[in-house]
Design a binder for this molecule. Sequence first.
Ligand SMILES: [Zn+2]
Length: 407
Amino acid sequence: MSYARALRCRKCGQEYPIQPINLCDFCLSPLEVIYDYKAMAKELSREKLAGGPLSMWRYRDMLPVEGKEVDIGTGFTPLVKAENLGRELGLDELYIKNDCLNPTYSFKDRPVSVAVTKAQEFGFDTVACASTGNLAASVAAHAIKANMKAYVFVPSSVESGKLVGIAIYNPTLVTVNGSYDDVNRLCGRLAERYNWGFININLRPYYAEGSKTLGYEVVEQLGWHAPDCVVYPAGSGLSFTRIWKGLDELAMLGLIESVNTHMYLVQAAGSSPIVNAFQAGSLHVNPVEPDTIAKSIAIGNPADGYYALKVARESRGGACAVTDDELIAGMKLLAQTEGIFAEATGGAVIAALKKLAASGTIKKNELTVAFITGAGPRTQEIVSDLVQPFTVKPSLESFEEVLGAQV
Ligand SMILES: [Zn+2]
């Protein structure tokens, strides 16, 4: 059974039964899953959670699902103490949450597992999504596992590595000549016309909840301790808000004492509407036309920008934008200090972390977790300038002629 009680409008508080809808009839604001936390608290303990499967489904009781989960092995990814990178940046307590190591190589497997499980419960035979690439791959993979049909929509500018990573699962793959925001608008219209489980439209309240597991996991991996600082990339801003919700729930359920985490969100300078609003001291996010190689977060009109801003403010965190050159340097720095090959968005996180540490915003002894949410090989052309091998003939003499001086 699930402790999910209802959907509630985030603005006016109107409640709705659990069903595939995402907006309030009265004020058109987003709906959110609410739970019976009292009953949940009675059932949950650190010991019980620790005995669960080594996947995100160890937190099943805190997710809004009833039926058998659609599980492709997502979650419980490594939290690595980043000593080399920490030394480079002057941070003594730095950790990397390596969420590249999910089945389809991005954190999206978390929210998608929950959303596809719900789609099955609601009786849909088809799932669909608007995506910048990673989400589409995850939806297609979960649809296969659940024996459902999938329609996935991406901008035609998506990197070729990402297209292959989607096509391998054989969904109906549609590329749209336009930006992600155009794709999203088209999908909004399709969702009205077809009876599909649209992962990030009519199933969005459930989809959102899957990202809470990133927060739960980090806390459990730190010995039931919330980090002092979180550095996390923001496209729509949705998962940034859910990590915060996850931390907050752990405190509410008595599983940790308190949360004093500062939440820092990261965007690419070429698509930074949330950072712009933060810096202007405004709660109003003005849409922009995205222009960045960090395509996973190239969202000009972020659906949850307002709520992400509130989290950055309330947590006394911040918002930081980095240029494409800085994020490429961030990708290289992470790989060449910690052996982790992140996609461009992960490079943005590392570049922002560097700035936040250099300015003293994040302090040397603060326990900081930087989240890497997608894997590098899908966007590898960005760093292809690094490929400069030494070429030798297959003989000892040739090797020593070329490299003898430096060995
Ligand atoms: Zn409302």
